[in-house]
Ligand binder design. Structure first.
Ligand code: DI6
Ligand code: FE
Length: 415
C-alpha cells in the first residue's frame, strides 16, 4: 500500500509506556509509565504523563495502547539497500576459506554487484529494494540512509540515488542519501584510480548534487578501496559543494581515515574496528558519531573488536546500523543488530537503543526531527508488545512490533 493510503494517526494516544531515553531533552530519563501522545496533522502536538494531558485534547479521537512500550521510530543510519543481484556464491567461497579481500582482488566483491546493478533498470532496482525494505519497515524503521556506490558511473549512480528518493516517497519514509562513488574502482579504470577520483570529484559529484540527489558524501577508505589522499580529494569536492561527509573508516586496517574525516567535520565514521586513540580523540572533538556495524563484523567472522570502551570513555556517541549490503551484511533486521551490538560488542541495552534512535539520527544530521520524541516533531513512533525495553535487544529472530506510526500515519499493524 502507498503511504498516503494508510490511516491517519491524528488523535490522542493513551496508556503508553515510554521507553527510557525516548524524550528528546532527556537522554538518560527513566521513561514514563502512563504517557500520552497527541498527534495533529501528522506531528506530535503534545507528549507527557497521561495525568498531565491538557484538557483541550481530551475530546480527540482516542487510540488506547493498553500499556504498550513505545520508542521513537527506529533509524537505520548505514545501508547499501539499492543494488542488483546477490552474492550467496561469495558466502560459499568464504566458508571454503577465501577471505573478503582475496575475493575482491580476484574481481568478485563490490565489482560483481556493480555489474548486476548496471544491468538492472531503475524500476527493477526500485522493486528489489522495496522488497528488502519491507522487513525493516515492519520492524519500526522510520528513517534510513541509503548509499550509492554500485553504479560507479554517472548514469548508474544517478539511477541508484533516484531509486533511494523514490523509496522514501512511496513508503512515507525519511531517506537520507549518501553518494559513495568512491566505493570501488570500476573495471574500466583499472590501474587509473587517480583518473577515477577526478571523475568522481569533477563530474559525478557536482552533477548529482545539482539534481538534489545527494545529502552526504561517503568514501570507502581502505587498502582495497581508496587511499587517504584520494579520500581527502573527495572530501574537498564535497566541502566545495557544501555537502557533509562521512566515511567507511578503519574496517579492515587503520588507515587514519577517522582523523581525516573528523577534520572535515564528518557526521560519522563507520565500521571503525581498527580505530586508533588519535582517531577517537579527533572524532570526539569534531562531534562525529561512531557507527557500529556488527552485521559485517559477524558475516566476515572478524575478530578485531571496535574500541567500545575507549569510545565510551571519550563520550563519542555510538550508533548501530545494519550496513545492509549483498557482500558483507545481507541483514534486514535492526533489532538483530541491537542484539549483536550487545552480545558481540558489549554495548549496554540503553546504548544499543540510543544507537538505533537518537545517535543514529545524529549520524544523519536528523537529530532535530528524528530519534527522540518531542512536540513539534513529525509523528514517528513504535508500539511494542514488550514489557521492558531490554527485550528489544534480548530477543532475536522475534517480531515484537505491534504498531508503527510513520510520518503521522498508522503504517504497520494496529494499536
Ligand atoms: N564496506 C562494507 O561493509 C560494504 N562496503 C564497504 O565499503 C561492503 C560492500 C560489498 O561487499 O558489496
Ligand atoms: Fe557499508
Amino acid at each position: 500500500m502507498n503511504h498516503s493510503q494508510h490511516p491517519s494517526a491524528d488523535g490522542l494516544w493513551q496508556h503508553l509506556r515510554l521507553a527510557p531515553g525516548a524524550l528528546a531533552g532527556e537522554a538518560h530519563s527513566e521513561g514514563l509509565a502512563d504517557a500520552a501522545i497527541v498527534v495533529r496533522q501528522g506531528q506530535i502536538a503534545w507528549i507527557g504523563a497521561g495525568a498531565a494531558l491538557p484538557a483541550v485534547y481530551a475530546g480527540l479521537p482516542r487510540f488506547d495502547a493498553g500499556g504498550a512500550l513505545v520508542t521513537p521510530g527506529l533509524v537505520d543510519c548505514h545501508t547499501h539497500l539499492v543494488y542488483g543481484g546477490q552474492r550467496a556464491n561469495e558466502f560459499a567461497l568464504r566458508l571454503a576459506g577465501a577471505s573478503y579481500e582475496e575475493i575482491s582482488r580476484a574481481g568478485g566483491g563490490i565489482v560483481s554487484t556493480v555489474r548486476a546493478t548496471r544491468e538492472a533498470s531503475e524500476d527493477q532496482l526500485f522493486e528489489s529494494a522495496s522488497a528488502r525494505l519491507q522487513p525493516l519497515l515492519a520492524e519500526g524503521v522510520c528513517a534510513i540512509e541509503i548509499k550509492s556506490g554500485y553504479g560507479l558511473a554517472l548514469e548508474h549512480e544517478r539511477k541508484q540515488l533516484r531509486v533511494a528518493r523514490r523509496l522514501g516517497q512511496a513508503h512515507g519514509l525519511t531517506v537520507r542519501t549518501s553518494f559513495l562513488g568512491a566505493h570501488a574502482l570500476p573495471p574500466e579504470y583499472a590501474g587509473r584510480s587517480g583518473d577515477y577520483i577526478d571523475l568522481v570529484c569533477r563530474d559525478m559529484l557536482p552533477a548529482l548534487a545539482a539534481e538534489g540527489l545527494i545529502d552526504a558524501v561517503d568514501v570507502f577508505c581502505e587498502r582495497i578501496g581508496f587511499s587517504l589522499a584520494e579520500t581527502e580529494q573527495v572530501f574537498q569536492a564535497a566541502q566545495a559543494l557544501g555537502l557533509p561527509v562521512k566515511l567507511h573508516a578503519e574496517q579492515l586496517s587503520d588507515m587514519g581515515g577517522a582523523a581525516l574525516a573528523a577534520r572535515y567535520g564528518a557526521l560519522s565514521c563507520d565500521h571503525i574496528e581498527h580505530l586508533s586513540a588519535q582517531g577517537i580523540a579527533a572524532m570526539k572533538q569534531a562531534g562525529s558519531v561512531a557507527v557500529l556495524l556488527p552485521g559485517a563484523y559477524y558475516a566476515l567472522r572478524d575478530t578485531h573488536l571496535p574500541p567500545i570502551e575507549a569510545l565510551r570513555e571519550a563520550g563519542v556517541p555510538m550508533a548501530v546500523a545494519t550496513d545492509h549490503n549483498p557482500g558483507t551484511s545481507p541483514c534486514l533486521s535492526l533489532l538483530l543488530m541491537m542484539n549483536m551490538a550487545c552480545t558481540l560488542f558489549r554495548l549496554t541495552v540503553p546504548e544499543a537503543l540510543a544507537g538505533v534512535t537518537r545517535h543514529a539520527a545524529r549520524a544523519l544530521g536528523l537529530q532535530a526531527t528524528h530519534g527522540a520524541l518531542e512536540a513539534g516533531r513529525p509523528a514517528n513512533f513504535v508500539l511494542w508488545d514488550l514489557k521492558e525495553a531490554a527485550e528489544l535487544a534480548y530477543w532475536f529472530g522475534q517480531r515484537p512490533m505491534r504498531c508503527v506510526v510513520r510520518q503521522g500515519r498508522i503504517a504497520e499493524g494496529r494499536p
